[in-house]
Design a protein around this ligand. Structure first.
Ligand SMILES: CCCCC/C=C\C/C=C\C/C=C\C/C=C\C/C=C\CCC(=O)SCCNC(=O)CCNC(=O)[C@H](O)C(C)(C)COP(=O)(O)OP(=O)(O)OC[C@H]1O[C@@H](n2cnc3c(N)ncnc32)[C@H](O)[C@@H]1OP(=O)(O)O
Ligand SMILES: Cc1cc2nc3c(=O)[nH]c(=O)nc-3n(C[C@H](O)[C@H](O)[C@H](O)COP(=O)(O)OP(=O)(O)OC[C@H]3O[C@@H](n4cnc5c(N)ncnc54)[C@H](O)[C@@H]3O)c2cc1C
Length: 672
């Protein structure tokens, strides 16, 4: 079902915008992609996906029933995974099966979510991260070759956050050398796993391990849940889909219950702990939380995922704003493009800057993750707490910021932004889920806060702390930092805010303990402040990393590219400084005059960026097939596309709907 769309001339307003561009777009694209070779590789992979059946559906997905939508998503997922398996992985290399480039081509097929996403997104990474070499040899080739399709079943109806509270049990039976999986209560039913409801025939299950009469906490097991031939659930398995959701509508999120269901001993994923044939439990992990590794991995990848989603929303809203005209400024003058309104620029330019900030930070985070994992493989887990703290806060803040900026993009498109054909509601509901899944925002910031409180205490007593909190060594014992409106000054102010807030948390906890509370209650009473402190730390990390990476990556760029990349980074610093004026007043010597100057400079910067705005989103290089938007296509033919999409509404298939004769007419005639 491939729709042939008419090729149109570029809207004159967009064409004029492109003539104003004063920098080399390709250079910026190369920076975002991570180098010229990476851009070429991405384009090659996109060509393969888009020339091989990426489908613009004749009937929009949103006009289909739940069942039709799922079936269409499965049809396309099969085509897509075949292309990934047979063609794309040849280019990226099998080890890069999770490359963001592959991920973004998937959007050419699915406005919503592929039911296979969690197979590649979590099942395969769990096999890689949690298996012994023998288990990997057994399962991984089958999974990569789509001979088995998996899900990640951790969350239960009763618990998502508190993993130690999960209720599913895996009890070892040494006589048969099997584990017996059981769901003892309704709340122990697995709930939410993507692809579990109808698609997966296997899944990774997190369950409480019992052996020799003792509980050893949560461990991971690989479980076949459906017959590979008939796809019927195996005896002892109760599986289904959880029902309609805000987004993720084609991902068949599922529930799963076990009735004394048996699996072989070898199906416990035994990289970090094992159960011997006789039932003896042996732990080899040097760190108690290594079984949570897949979650850390996904949290790391989500930062780049947020950059991608934000760049899509920004492209749609900025191209639309260049074409949309509204309200005469002066009598008899043409209505301006809405992009000329500084209020519109304020909503949208931060989205471009944030997409850059997240992209550059995500590459740095990925390198950090790889280095820590290499250490872990050698048995050194010293850097794991810092990685956990860092990935937790960056996941929380990037998903939360992306969500609010994407909502601003929708606001920026007025009524048309509310149309599903704009794609903004799909992008929004996808990103809304990311703020919750893989660790809720508040919960993850509280994890970071635990690390920060310990780091603050170390710094306070004069000990050196780890790199991402090194600013505490400088600022832990300082009251207020001297305000300086350069980029270094603003970055230092963010570090001072973070240090000030963490210090205030430590004092609050100590005061509460002094007044008779135990540690747990004192911590609990301080959690509102602790969340704010962890967020402030994350902002300090983001501004510092974005700035340093921007400088590093533009060293050999042309002058105008340097300028525009510099402008975006300064805009990012100023935007957040102005958002946090209360904190600046509290933790730096900033004056009212300084803040007024900052506001004025920010407004001047919006105006300076205005001529390059459309080209900056062109530099994201998002093809129309990936954007799926009536408002954001490269040619800017917004009104034609809106009308075209309206024609596809099933309600327009007939001039008069039967409900007129059945209900409305009798009502009009007083016969109802
Ligand atoms: C064919 C088409 C496909 C195309 C797609 C292609 C590719 C896809 C690629 C990318 C796509 C992008 C993204 C989408 C992919 C997948 C995502 C989709 C769906 C989401 C799936 C899920 O949501 S899975 C479920 C996730 N669940 C959670 O995250 C639960 C959150 N809870 C926790 O993480 C934890 O349990 C906790 C941290 C809240 C608490 O744990 P607990 O055990 O109670 O620990 P504590 O007692 O509080 O702490 C003790 C101690 O441990 C430290 N710690 C905790 N966690 C970790 C860790 N992970 N690592 C290291 N250390 C850890 C903690 O800090 C404490 O330390 P201290 O005692 O020293 O303070
Ligand atoms: C679209 C989607 C896809 C998903 N896919 C999967 C999947 O494939 N596999 C899987 O296993 N799971 C999956 N999940 C589940 C997801 O990981 C959990 O929903 C998430 O971790 C949050 O847990 P929860 O639902 O138990 O929320 P809760 O923990 O019940 O949170 C509810 C509220 O309580 C607050 N709260 C909870 N604990 C604390 C605390 N200690 N301190 C302060 N506040 C707290 C939270 O901040 C939140 O405001 C998915 C969820 C969604 C929405």
């Amino acid at each position: 079902m491939k729709a042939n769309r008419p090729k149109r001339d570029v809207h004159p307003d967009l064409a004029r915008e492109r003539l104003k561009c004063n920098f080399n777009i390709e250079e910026v694209t190369n920076i975002i992609d991570g180098g010229k070779d990476k851009t070429l590789e991405r384009k090659k992979i996109e060509d393969i996906a888009l020339n091989n059946g990426a489908c613009l559906d004749e009937i929009p997905d949103e006009c289909l029933s739940i069942k039709e939508r799922y079936e269409n998503a499965i049809r396309k997922s099969c085509i897509y995974s075949n292309i990934v398996r047979n063609e794309m992985l040849e280019i990226t290399g099998m080890e890069n099966f999770e490359s963001p480039v592959l991920r973004r081509t998937a959007d050419a097929f699915f406005k919503d979510i592929s039911p296979f996403m969690l197979h590649l997104g979590m099942f395969v990474p769990t096999l890689i991260g949690q298996s012994t070499p023998e288990q990997m040899a057994e399962w991984l080739p089958k999974a990569l070759d789509m001979k088995i399709i998996g899900a990640y079943a951790q969350t239960e109806l009763g618990h998502g956050t508190f993993i130690r509270g999960l209720e599913t049990t895996a009890t070892y039976d040494p006589d048969k050398e099997e584990f017996v999986l059981h769901s003892p209560t309704i709340t122990s039913y697995k709930w939410w796993a993507g692809g579990l409801g109808k698609t997966a025939n296997h899944c990774v299950v997190m369950a409480q391990l019992y052996t020799q009469g003792e509980c050893h906490g949560t461990h991971l097991f690989i479980v076949q849940i459906r017959d590979l031939d008939t796809h019927m659930p195996l005896p002892g398995i109760k599986v289904g889909e959880i029902g309609p959701r805000m987004g993720f509508s084609s991902a068949d999120n599922g529930f799963l219950g076990f009735n004394s269901f048996r699996i072989p001993r070898q199906n416990m994923l035994m990289k970090h702990a094992k159960v011997e044939k006789d039932g003896c439990y042996v732990k080899s992990a040097k760190h108690g939380k290594l079984t949570y590794g897949t979650m850390v991995f996904i949290r790391v990848t989500l930062v780049s995922e947020m950059s991608f989603n934000l760049s899509k929303a920004a492209t749609i809203a900025i191209r639309y704003s260049a074409v949309r005209r509204q309200t005469e400024l002066r009598p008899n003058e043409p209505e301006p493009q809405i992009l000329d309104y500084p209020t519109q620029q304020h909503k949208l330019f931060i989205c471009i800057a944030t997409a850059h900030a997240f992209q550059l930070t995500s590459k740095w985070l990925w390198d950090t993750f790889q280095a820590v994992m290499a250490d872990v493989r050698k048995g050194n887990v010293d850097a794991l707490p810092e990685l956990h703290a860092l990935s937790s806060c960056l996941k929380a803040v990037s998903t939360s910021d992306a969500l609010s900026h994407i909502e601003q993009c929708r606001f920026a498109c007025g009524g048309h932004g509310y149309m599903l054909s704009s794609n903004l509601p799909f992008i929004y509901s996808f990103v809304a889920a990311t703020r919750t899944y893989e660790g809720d925002y508040t919960v993850l910031l509280l994890q970071t806060a635990r690390f920060l409180v310990k780091a603050w205490e170390q710094a306070e007593s004069g000990n050196n702390v780890t790199p991402t909190v090194a600013y505490l060594n400088r600022t832990a014992n300082t009251k207020r930092v001297v305000w300086d409106n350069t980029h270094e000054g603003i970055i230092q102010s963010f570090q001072a805010i973070a240090a000030g807030k963490i210090g205030q948390c430590v004092r609050s906890i100590r005061d509460r303990i002094k007044s008779g509370m135990d540690y747990e209650d004192a911590w609990l009473m301080t959690t509102v402040q602790l969340v704010a402190a962890a967020e402030a730390h994350c902002r300090a990390v983001l501004v510092n990393t974005y700035w340093n990476e921007m400088i590093r990556l533009t060293k050999s760029s042309s002058a105008n590219v340097k300028t525009v990349m510099h402008q975006l980074a300064v805009l990012y610093l100023m935007y957040w400084a102005l958002e946090k004026t209360g904190d600046l007043l509290k933790y730096s010597s900033v004056s009212k005059q300084d803040l007024d100057d900052l506001q004025r400079r920010y407004e001047e910067l919006l105006a300076a960026l205005r001529p390059n705005a459309v080209s900056l989103v062109d530099a994201f290089d998002l093809r129309d097939e990936i954007l799926h938007s009536s408002l954001g296509s490269y040619d800017g033919c917004v009104y034609e596309r809106l009308m075209e999409e309206a024609q596809k509404s099933p309600l327009n298939a007939e001039p008069v709907n039967p409900s007129f004769h059945k209900y409305i007419k009798p009502l009009m005639q007083g016969k109802l």
